[in-house]
Design a protein around this ligand. Structure first.
Ligand SMILES: [Zn+2]
Length: 227
């Protein structure tokens, strides 16, 4: 089996630079709200070698110890997201082997075991994250081909639902933002659900206008063309 590089996009000590070139700040500031939001959702990816996106349908499977309620929660999140995706659709994998996205409902203890078994994960995470969930992405030349999402078990149902929506957005190629009205806002003061701006970003990003590996200039040009 081909080994692939996991990259941690949520949940640890990942350092992301907040520094964006001054050259771009004016042109981004003048963009309409929805375009600006999409830009910021992609900014960390840009800084880490270019935009990343799926080219085929992600096939999702739950693993670990989860309840029927949690299956419903994941299916609901998939349904909501699919209503806003055009190029691809999230699918539920028929078998564990068919899955390229795993959502692991896990205790902190099992998560530590997982890290021990997978050296590539361990190198990405040195400590147990404080967050509700974790997302690792496997990418090749800007194409996301695998993901592992961890949702920790010792939290309320609403917190898990929020974690599922938040991590699924990372799985689709988006990074954290600083504005509060987004499921991907940093810290606790964030939208508890996918916001209208998040959904608008989903509708736009998975269209032919946005290609993996796009540079900052290309992205801004595409965003200026309008939603
Ligand atoms: Zn995150």
């Amino acid at each position: 089996m081909k080994a692939w590089i996991y990259r941690l996009v949520c949940g640890g000590f990942l350092l992301t630079s907040g520094c964006q070139g001054m050259r771009h700040s004016m042109s981004v500031r003048n963009l309409p709200q929805t375009q600006k939001h999409l830009y910021y959702l992609l900014k960390d990816s840009l800084l880490q070698g270019g935009i990343k996106k799926w080219r085929s349908n992600p096939r999702i499977r739950l693993v670990g110890s989860y309840s029927s309620q949690e299956v419903l929660m994941v299916r609901q999140a998939i349904k909501t997201i699919n209503q806003h995706l055009k190029e691809i659709h999230l699918q539920y994998a028929e078998s564990p082997e068919a899955a390229n996205v795993k959502i692991f409902f896990s205790s902190a203890h099992k998560y530590r075991d997982l890290l021990k078994r997978h050296p590539s994960l361990r190198s990405a995470v040195r400590s147990l994250p404080r967050q509700r969930g974790v997302c690792f992405l496997g990418t090749e030349q800007g194409v996301i081909s695998q993901a592992l999402i961890v949702v920790f078990d010792r939290q309320s149902a609403w917190a898990k639902r929020e974690a599922v929506e938040h991590e699924l957005m990372h799985m689709l190629g988006f990074s954290h933002v600083w504005r509060r009205d987004s499921i991907l806002a940093e810290g606790e003061a964030r939208s508890r659900r996918l916001s209208e701006l998040d959904l608008a970003a989903l509708r736009q990003f998975y269209t032919a206008r946005f290609a993996q590996g796009m540079s900052q200039d290309e992205l801004i040009t595409a965003l200026k063309a309008g939603p």
